[in-house]
Design a protein around this ligand. Sequence first.
Ligand code: UFG
Length: 329
Amino acid sequence: MAILVCGGAGYIGSHTVRQLLAAGEEVIIADNFSTGHRATINSAVKLYECDIRDKDALLKIFAENQIEAVFHFAAYIEAGESVVKPLKYFNNNVYGMQILLEAMTEAGVDKIIFSSSAAVYGEPERIPIDERDATFPVNPYGDSKLIMEIMMRRVSAAHGVRYVSLRYFNASGASEDGSIGEDHHPETHLIPLILQVPLGKRDHITVFGTDYPTPDGTCIRDYVHVLDLADAHVCALNYLRGGGSSDAFNLGSGHGFSVKQIIDAAEKVTGGKIKIELGARRPGDPARLIASGDKARKILNWAPRFDDVEKIIATAWNWHRSHPHGYDD
Ligand code: UFG
């Protein structure tokens, strides 16, 4: 039986497809290429170019293939954009989940592994963040991920579809061979933006806020390597195969790094000074987000390999240096 990867041409989806193939799984990709990249697609993988809001297209995939489980990466991800375009997020993310779950229940596909986000917690009540902590998103993107989790929970209770919801903290890095990596348009994430400075694509990196209640005044985040996220999906699949019950798990390293610390680490990796400008806070940024990753380690047997932020940045640098214009190179 095969794994259907919705959004398999995106950043985290494409790395997960590779890990699934390496684990000997049969993989089928569904992607509408609205943000994904054709260059990530392995020609040995069966591809359906379709939108998850197209139920007939999903039912066709389920009819033509023996699908054991769905991995769902096909969602919009920009928190800032979601504030000004909330309906775009509710349509693709929430309505997309609605159609996907309808098609799965009609076709009798009963396992789903879902890309959730630390954004479901909003401004955390304590650090490190535990899965039992309150979920109170502060933007429509976080709302959409939380609603999608609730939809899976209710459908699980009513129709027996089991799910694992993986709440990613700050996904970063790239494949070790530098062949696939992060390529968003526009790019808003810290590490790729920093690396654009030594690439000569931007003059400086702006630090968004220097007056946070943190040791150096800049925001602290938990950076987790994309390959470790991909591994967690394989662990989650095995967990569901072993009869595991539906649940949500944080995916983070458990360590926090400030914006300034990330810039310092990037200077070490790239071997040069990176010009910074001190700017205002970006609205909606919590001061500190650090995961407790204990639950995923214990229950999913997840063992993240990248515990060193310089190593994470080194993989990103390897990718960006060899693909300065992303997949357009
Ligand atoms: N930052 C800067 N300058 C920049 C870009 C970012 O200082 O040019 C700062 C941000 O203010 C933040 C940190 O770098 O403090 C990390 O920012 P990112 O945009 O890389 O990541 P976020 O923490 O904002 O977002 C991540 C995911 C989102 C998810 C969120 C959960 O990328 O998808 O975590 O809170 F919603």
